[in-house]
Structures are given as structure tokens and as C-alpha cells.
Design a protein around this ligand. Structure first.
Ligand SMILES: NC(=O)NCCC(=O)O
Ligand SMILES: [Zn+2]
Ligand SMILES: [Zn+2]
Length: 477
């Protein structure tokens, strides 16, 4: 087994910072050595990485991605290979993707298919949540096998009627089963049937541009569904995790529930921290003309900055009313994919690609004085590990943990996009983040002791990534 030494950097964990060299033997961290520590004698290693003046942090964990998701008559444009390669470029060393069961399909088949798509194709480690897109006797029974498969969380949708939607009776039954099994219920909380009525009214009155996606999916739809999910979770005593939150009123619901001692958690995404209904979804300024806003059609939608939704997300992260930031990475190209909805926003596939940028975009929050350095690490790595049964193995730089290590340069710079002098590696013909400038840079990404990115080059391989069987968690964090 080969050894590796990350030398001279500042190790940042969620608990604080320390000047230390990190010694890796094979796939694991074996020691943190303070400057001048001679307890192991002179330390040499097969590979030495100089981290002087840089942060040494646990690899990012993106707990919400959708590689190859079937949606709106097409598929998310990143494969497990392209998406996890982009993840590595951006300092993310583990993802948790969503295996899909659609109504009328068997859960086991959906899961087996997801293993086929991901197995041997990932550059970084990967786990799965299970989407239950049709709650019935058979799928409820199939949920009983998930824990043995290393899948300890599943997602339901209060949105997308006729696609993944569950009604309240189905949600109640699934939560009862989840409570029995110890699974975490992840909820897409938007009132789908009411949204569909509003969307139809807008489209029928000629308001078909992407902007109206945001109008139809009003914040009241998110607040109401969030509250309903919380009450069903309270009744069934099933822990609840609300995904991709963007409405300040919905975050208030989560805060209220947590203040009452309920096991409720909230996730937001970089797009809801930085992008808005006014600036992006309503954009009309490039080759796509009135349709440019389609780049930012996602659900929940981008919301009004003027109404304070973006600030509320940052505040939620500071007060821990929101615990998680995942990307909800679900990229679609403009050509042939987003353009399916050229004449009607309802046909635009929903999703934004960000897997490569989460670590950087949150670091910019440190630079801008919105979150602390340790909170950054907690958000990009430690909390996802704790929330999803990976902590100890992942989410921390300490002896015994997997050597998933990122060397981050606070004096570096990252220009995001596809234009001249900018970079991204996701399989997209545009960037939802074009023009974003980050005052920091991912220099080196290491996964289980293997260098994936260094010297501005990708050195990893598809197939390096292993399936993460996850443990049950108590959700009393
Ligand atoms: N969020 C989104 O717009 N697309 C992915 C599917 C989902 O998470 O709802
Ligand atoms: Zn969703
Ligand atoms: Zn999603």
C-alpha cells in the first residue's frame, strides 16, 4: 500500500482548525502530525503534497444528485461518469444519488437499474436514496429490503402529479412504514395539484415563458406542503427531511417544527442562495431570447430576492434552521432538452447543474462573511455524513477516516462558466453559473488515498468510486 503526506496546511474540520500534516496509508488517514511532531520519527511518504498556505478539508459530500434522471421526456444530461468527474474537479468525493421507482414499476427493478448505471462508472464514491414514485402494497413491502441494501433514506413527492406524486394517504402509509424501519423520509414539498391548476391558467392566458414557472410555483405552495409534511411526520413520528427549500415561509415552518422539538430537517441548494426570480428566471438577454430563463427552471423555483427569500436561506444556515446544502444536480442542455418547453414552460425539464460548484459557492459565503470557515466544512461535508449514515468514514479529517481530502487554496481563484477563460466539466451546453467569480480554488482532490485532481489535471478513473452502504442514523442531531 502506498503512503501520502499532505504537508504544511491548515486542517479545517467542523470542530475547528489545526496546523497539521495529514498522513495517509492506503485508503485511510493514519495520523495528524502537528508541526515539529517527531513521535513517528522522520515521516516520509510515496507522495508528498505541499499544502502550505492552504486549507486541508474533508472531501465534499453532495447528498442530492440526479444523474440520468428520466424527466419530461428526456434524461438528465450527466451520466455517472461525467457527473462524478465534475464532482471531483469541484472537491466533492461522495455523492448520494436517487434511484428511481416510477408508478407501476417494482422498487427492486428501479434500484437494480440504478446500480447498473452507476456501477463501474463513478470517479468518486456513491450511495443511493430510493425514490418511491408509487406508494402501494408492493412498494411498501419493498421498502423493508432497503436497509439491508445500505439505503436508509427515501424520497416522496408532493409535486409532479402523474409522474412521481404521492397523495396524503400514500404519504401517511409510507411514513408509517419508514417509522417502523428507521428510514428517513425526504420530501419534495410543493402542492403539485394546485400548482398544475395555476400553471394551466397561466399557459392558457398566453403566459408561456419560463418566468411563469416561478409564478405558478408560488411560495404559498411550498409553505403549505412543508407544513402538511411536518404534521404527517409528527403524527407518524417519522423523521422528516425537506429537500431543496427556497421559500422563506417554508423555512419558518421548519424552524417552528424544530423549536417544538420535532425531528425535522431542511436542505437548501446553492441556486436558492445566489440566483433569483428577477435576475435569472426572468432573463431575456442572450441567443435564446425570451427563452433564456429556461436555464434556471427548477423546482422548487428560484424566488424573489426583493422579497427576501435568498437572505432567508443564508440566515437559516447561520441559525441552523437549515442544516444542509446539496446541489439537487439535475442538468439539462438547452439544445434538444430545455427547448422541449419552447412554447410552454410546463414542458421544460426541471433542473440545474451545480455538482462542480457547491464547495466553491459555499466558500464564497465565507469570503463574504455569511458563514464561518468551520460552518463551511460542516455544510459541505460533516453534516451530510452525519445525516446520511457516513460519519467517521467520511465528513472528517481524523485517523481512521477514509482519506477523502481536498486541498483548498484561499488565495486561488475560480471563474465559472463555459466562456473564454472559464471552466466547468459537467455535460451541459451552458452554465447556470456563467460569470460567477470565486475567491478560492480546489487545488487537489483525493478520494480514499487516490489523487483524482491535481496540477489542473484530472488523474482519476471511472470505476474508482465505490458504492456506499449507509448506516441507519438516529436523527436526534
Ligand atoms: N429539482 C428539480 O428541478 N429537478 C430534479 C427533480 C427534483 O428533485 O424534484
Ligand atoms: Zn424534488
Ligand atoms: Zn432533486
Amino acid at each position: 500500500m502506498s503512503t501520502l503526506l499532505v504537508k504544511g496546511g491548515t486542517v479545517v474540520n467542523a470542530t475547528g482548525t489545526v496546523e497539521a500534516d495529514v498522513l495517509v496509508d492506503g485508503e485511510r488517514i493514519v495520523a495528524l502530525l502537528a508541526p515539529g511532531d517527531q513521535s513517528l520519527g522522520p515521516v516520509t511518504a510515496d507522495t508528498v503534497i505541499d499544502a502550505t498556505g492552504k486549507y486541508v478539508i474533508p472531501g465534499g459530500i453532495d447528498a442530492h444528485t440526479h444523474m440520468q434522471l428520466p424527466f419530461g421526456g428526456t434524461f438528465a444530461s450527466d451520466t455517472f461518469e461525467t457527473g462524478t468527474t465534475a464532482a471531483a474537479w469541484g472537491g466533492t468525493t461522495s455523492i448520494i444519488d436517487f434511484a428511481v421507482q416510477k408508478y407501476g414499476e417494482r422498487v427492486e427493478d428501479g434500484l437494480a437499474h440504478w446500480h447498473e448505471l452507476a456501477g463501474g462508472n463513478c470517479a468518486v464514491d456513491y450511495g443511493f436514496h430510493q425514490i418511491i414514485g408509487g406508494v402501494d402494497e408492493e412498494s411498501l413491502k419493498a421498502m423493508e429490503n432497503l436497509v439491508d441494501e445500505g439505503i436508509t433514506s427515501y424520497k416522496l413527492f408532493m409535486a409532479y402529479p402523474g409522474v412521481f406524486y404521492s397523495d396524503d394517504a400514500q404519504i401517511l402509509r409510507a411514513m408509517q412504514k419508514a417509522r417502523e424501519l428507521g428510514l428517513l423520509t425526504m420530501m419534495h414539498a410543493e402542492n403539485g395539484p394546485a400548482i398544475d391548476v395555476l400553471a394551466a391558467q397561466l399557459a392558457e392566458s398566453g403566459r408561456t415563458a419560463p418566468y411563469y414557472h416561478g409564478i405558478a410555483r408560488a411560495w404559498q405552495m411550498e409553505e403549505e406542503a412543508t407544513h402538511r409534511a411536518i404534521m404527517l411526520s409528527d403524527l407518524t413520528e417519522a423523521p422528516l427531511y425537506i429537500v431543496h427549500m427556497s421559500a422563506k415561509q417554508a423555512v419558518e415552518q421548519v424552524a417552528w417544527a424544530r423549536d417544538k422539538g420535532k425531528n425535522v430537517f431542511g436542505e437548501t441548494c446553492p441556486q436558492y442562495l445566489y440566483l433569483s426570480l428577477e435576475k435569472q428566471l426572468g432573463a431575456r438577454s442572450d441567443e435564446w431570447g425570451d427563452f433564456e430563463g429556461a436555464k434556471w427552471v427548477c423546482s422548487t423555483p428560484l424566488r424573489s430576492e426583493e422579497e427576501g427569500h435568498l437572505d432567508a436561506m443564508w440566515q437559516g444556515l447561520r441559525t441552523n434552521d437549515l442544516q444542509m446544502v446539496s446541489t439537487d444536480h439535475c442538468p439539462f442542455c438547452m439544445k434538444d432538452q430545455k427547448t422541449l418547453g419552447k412554447d410552454d414552460f410546463r414542458a421544460i425539464p426541471n433542473g440545474i447543474g451545480s455538482i462542480e460548484h457547491r464547495v466553491d459557492l459555499l466558500y464564497q459565503g465565507v469570503v463574504d462573511g455569511r458563514i464561518s470557515l468551520s460552518r463551511w466544512v460542516e455544510l459541505i461535508s460533516t453534516t451530510p455524513a452525519r445525516m446520511f449514515g457516513l460519519y467517521g468514514r467520511k465528513g472528517v479529517i481524523q485517523p481512521g477516516a477514509d482519506a477523502d481530502i481536498v486541498v483548498y487554496d484561499p488565495n486561488g481563484h475560480t471563474s465559472i462558466g463555459i466562456g473564454e477563460g472559464r471552466t466547468h466539466h459537467m455535460n451541459m451546453d451552458h452554465s447556470a453559473w456563467e460569470g460567477f467569480e470565486i475567491d478560492g480554488h480546489v487545488d487537489v482532490t483525493i478520494s480514499r488515498g487516490t489523487v483524482l485532481v491535481a496540477d489542473g489535471e484530472f488523474k482519476g478513473t471511472k470505476g474508482h468510486g465505490q458504492f456506499l452502504k449507509r448506516d441507519l442514523t438516529q436523527y436526534l442531531v
